[in-house]
Design a binder for this molecule. Structure first.
Ligand SMILES: O=C(NC1CCCCC1)[C@H]([C@@H]1CCCCO1)n1c(-c2ccc(Cl)cc2)nc2cc(F)c(Cl)cc21
Length: 233
């Protein structure tokens, strides 16, 4: 049984990532809003675009706190943010969906999202992902590291120095691997399951433009930031 220990600098890295992640809370709680009221497809779409726009802004702040990120080539920094924003949004949505809620609230939330305007064909892949994230019962540290690892994916489009990104991602993966072994000693395959979710997350990437343009309403308006980040309009 090899002794797993997190080094001092890995603990410091963990603390930086976790603090940054906790600062990256969505200003107003979208789950609470959805549980309070039924909205029209238009109102739901507006809520999504507002939430997603503010999430991109906080994601940029979070990313700036990833040690080494700001030393990357500036164009690569943009390419990593643009390439991971949709996945980070779905990962965050999954984490919000999987939060412990009072009895019956998750069911109401799911029903509201199913009727929010998204077309039927995307429900299964989206909720399969949300539920597979929920089953992992991730602790905050694991959620924060998984978000950082998603951002530091070397093979995003237009990344020039992939090795520099790989080195940063590898140091995050090493901390996550040790954390999983310490948090889930009875589940040696837990770390692999966590990384498997990132593969599932990429498949949602393929759907997102269609999910937005097929929203049950006419004239889909996006914010300028979302036009930049999402391949829409
Ligand atoms: O606003 C959302 N997510 C934000 C995005 C930024 C980070 C915080 C969460 C949307 C909602 C869906 C209903 C209509 C209003 O939007 N949403 C999505 C979602 C996101 C993208 C697409 Cl294309 C489709 C659905 N999945 C969600 C799961 C949830 F648990 C909750 Cl509370 C909301 C969720």
């Amino acid at each position: 049984k090899e002794k797993i220990e997190i080094t001092k600098e890995q603990q410091a890295l963990m603390k930086i990532i976790l603090d940054a992640y906790n600062r990256h809370q969505i200003p107003q709680d979208v789950a609470k809003k959805l549980l309070q009221d039924q909205y029209s497809a238009e109102e739901n779409f507006l809520l999504l675009t507002e939430m997603a726009t503010s999430q991109v802004q906080v994601l940029v702040e979070f990313t700036k706190n990833i040690p080494g990120f700001l030393s990357l080539d500036h164009e690569d920094q943009i390419a990593l943010l643009k390439g991971s924003a949709v996945e980070a949004m779905f990962l965050r949505s999954a984490q919000v969906f999987s939060r412990k809620m009072p009895k019956g609230h998750t069911e109401v939330l799911e029903a509201r999202i199913r009727k929010s305007g998204i077309s039927e064909e995307f429900m299964t892949p989206m909720f399969n992902f949300y539920k597979s994230i929920g089953e992992l019962h991730m602790v905050q540290e694991e959620q924060a590291l998984l978000t950082a690892i998603t951002i530091l994916t070397p093979d995003r489009p237009h990344v020039k120095d992939q090795h520099a990104v790989e080195r940063l991602q590898e140091s995050m993966l090493d901390v996550l691997r040790k954390l999983c072994a310490l948090q889930h000693p009875q589940e040696p395959q837990y770390f692999a399951r966590l990384l498997g979710r990132l593969t599932e997350l990429r498949t949602l990437n393929h759907y997102h433009t269609e999910m937005l343009t097929s929203w049950r309403m006419n004239d889909h308006k996006f914010t300028p930031l979302l036009c930049e980040i999402w391949d829409v309009q």
